[in-house]
Design a protein around this ligand. Structure first.
Ligand code: CU
Length: 164
């Protein structure tokens, strides 16, 4: 096989670039500890009635620490009776300085769970439990937004967090 001089040049350049990317990937995982966010647990979306998501809601686990179990479904977040009527956009209230761990799952399709102005953006996949912890250090109202297109009612899928 005869290779043109320019073909050799490009093949070499591509091989060097792929080698550099592969080395960066391996170094990122092994040296810098960068990993994809992984689900904290598996769950059968058909059998949520026998799990903590049967009764979504907010639990104080001591001091200023909370756990919030939230069920995403077409097209609302269910955060339990303390967050307002089921089916309406929920309002979750926490005092300033709260550390809140959110556990979110879906009972139907893939949804998103993004909290405005805070570094939490979860992909909510049926069959998986997504988890994220946020410290709410300043008062305000922050929207919860579904950032995965989930069907005809996607644009009405939101909620809010009030820090007071
Ligand atoms: Cu959506």
């Amino acid at each position: 096989m005869v290779l043109n001089r320019l073909e050799k040049y490009w093949l070499t350049a591509v091989a060097v670039a792929l080698g550099a990317y592969t080395a960066a990937l391996i170094a990122g995982a092994l040296v810098f500890g960068i990993h994809l966010p992984s689900p904290v647990g598996r769950i059968d979306p058909q059998k949520l009635d026998s799990t903590a998501f049967a009764q979504p809601g907010i639990h104080n686990i001591g001091g200023n620490r909370y756990e919030a179990y939230i069920l995403a479904k077409m097209w609302a977040y269910d955060a339990g009776p303390d967050a307002g009527p089921v089916g309406a956009p929920p309002t979750l209230r926490f005092p300033v300085g709260s550390e809140v761990t959110f556990y979110v799952t879906s009972k139907d399709v893939i949804h998103g769970f993004y909290i405005e102005e805070h570094s939490l953006s979860l992909e909510v996949v049926p069959g998986q439990i997504a988890r994220g912890t946020i410290n709410f250090n300043r008062p305000g109202t922050f929207h919860i937004i579904c950032h995965e297109f989930c069907g005809a009612g996607h644009q009405i899928m939101y909620g809010q967090i009030v820090i007071e």
